[in-house]
Design a protein around this ligand. Sequence first.
Ligand code: ADP
Ligand code: ZN
Length: 722
Amino acid sequence: MNPRARVLLLNAAIGPLDYRVDPHNPVEPGSIVLAPLGPRQLTGVVWEPEHMPSDMEVGDNRLRPLAAVYDLPPLKASLRRLIEWTAAYYMASPAAVLRMTLASASALDGSPVIVEYRATGHVPDRMTPQRTQALDRIGTRQGLIRELAARADVTDAVVRGLVKAGALEAVTVQADDPYPVPDPAHGPPTLSDDQRAAATVLSGAVTAHTAQPFLLDGVTGSGKTEVYFEAVARAIAEGRQTLVLLPEIALTEPFLKRFEARFGCLPVAWHSDLRQSQRRRAWRAIASGEARVVVGARSALFLPYPNLGLIVVDEAHETSFKQEEGVMYHARDVAVMRGRFEDFPVILASATPAIETRQQVALGHYAELKLPGRYGAAQMPTIAALDLTADPPARGRWLAPVLVAAMEETLAKKEQVLLFLNRRGYAPLTLCRTCGHRFQCPNCTAWMVEHRLSARLACHHCGHTMPPPAACPECKAEDSLVACGPGVERIADEVAVLFPTARTAVVTSDTIWSPARAAEFVNRMEAGDIDIVVGTQLVTKGYHFPNLTLVGVIDADLGLQGGDLRAAERSFQQIAQVSGRAGRGTKPGRVFVQTHEPQAPVIQALVSGDADSFYAAETDSRRSAGAPPFGRFAGIVVSSEIQSAALDTARLIGRTAPRVPGMEVYGPAPAPLSMLRGRHRHRLLVHAARTFDMQDAIRTWLGALEWPKTVRVNVDVDPYSF
Ligand code: ADP
Ligand code: ZN
């Protein structure tokens, strides 16, 4: 019997390390343990030594014993293989992937009771600005002291003071209360023939435990959700867990409503907005198998489901499934891998599938299920291009006359309007009309964006904000600042001038930052309390408002700028998705797309409805460029707060690039954001043939180099932009 256990430690720079175990009481691989390291005790997971080489051999007599083994189910071998695969493929450390599985170490603590606090309504005699701010921002929220302090942007002491003064009271939360069990027979729909055919195939795959990825390719409003709910119902009936991944937490609210109508209770939610007690409770229920259906953001993918039988990736084309920090994985692709490791089907649902996904279908790797028409009486909307060069908006305005007239008609019929512009804030650029000074973020190569709703200038990359100065900091001229170009807030201003009695809502991540805000928005839309929505990409997806019949795309050319190879595809997806919000009920929908280039292939494809030829042309151009899915890319981003260190290291990496057939290296060049959060960034782009082991080559290449501690080198495999 091996007296050693190899442990992958969660929060250590070194490892894995070996520990001594009692030979009469061995710990099995996958066990979650507490292991000593120096004076500390760290959480880790026991791993098979043959899967995880150790770089530090320690003699048997010098091994330290494990401190404890948690009373939790060990991680399954298939999950350990997925963690290894993810780490190897995305060139991250296994410990970094494992952290996503264990999610919050606090989930592991023994105590089942947590004390949280909430407002009592009592206002203490002694109020300070800090206390006022804290009570304001805490509102009706409940949480740990630390969570409330973070939310209110005050110190823990301020919150504790409010508890003492009786303004907040303690509430005990049971971390192990059971979740209700969804009932697959609660509210079954009557499916159309197309829907029934697709649902039958998907449910069959759930029952058969086939590791088959499916593309559920249905136009907007075709009822993809109803269809995949049938597969979810089957998994529930068969006692297996289901994970539904959604791209945006704002989307969960309408989803939860529909889920409840279909299954009689809510699923278990997993996203970054959970309170710690909720996170802990959810984690435990997932790990024990009690959580039958989990709906979550991409981070839910690595959780330790003992018994997963289905993953659905809804809006599978969405870019937010790609994580851009830490482990830079693509949740859509890792979901497919998890299905393969654990033998269950994975459903990718989308009205505008990515070219990569379509190619997998063409190769026969993914099965395709089509829903060609909208459900029931709803028709696809008509889409027309508005040529801004021929019929421009009035000076200083952004809405073309045809669109304004259509808005008038729609409002007269008491129907709703959606205006789409993918730009938060009032104006993308603010400058001084006297000297031309532009406001740049001190931490990033980016302009500060004016937000009038919050009366700040904000950097959209690092979050830095400042009040708009009264005078130009450069030439000191007063009242000389001008806003250049439109953001959603400016469009809302124009709408207010044109339609003074209409009720308008601005919908962006600034106004909808929590599931509760999203729910409020949905309720107001459904109650008819909003006439006109002005929104960013946040409103392009998922929502179903039957009375919304007119969509205006303010600037269809915006997405085509920047010149990366994905621009046309992304632009098509975005406009097709926002168009898909129009006419989803019985009333027909209309879409107007404002553009300076009505002949551009993207616009033509949208207007003609011929997505297939557009995709065929895009696919051809990808093929001839050797771009994904025909070839592969990896970005190597070198960053440092010290400019010369970043540049020197980037040059070193460039100089030592291996010259091998099947792989080329471009750069270094300044990264698209050459300064971000105070770090100078350079990027190299690796381009490889599909069959070439790019990760292995990069590992060997970078593994032989050394750079200063101030420099960070991140490899982004399958980067989103190329
Ligand atoms: P998609 O996700 O494909 O855009 P949804 O699943 O949101 O489409 O469906 C659009 C609308 O049609 C929703 O309100 C949905 O409840 C309704 N719907 C779709 N299929 C059915 C069905 N079989 N029975 C009743 N309502 C349905
Ligand atoms: Zn910034």
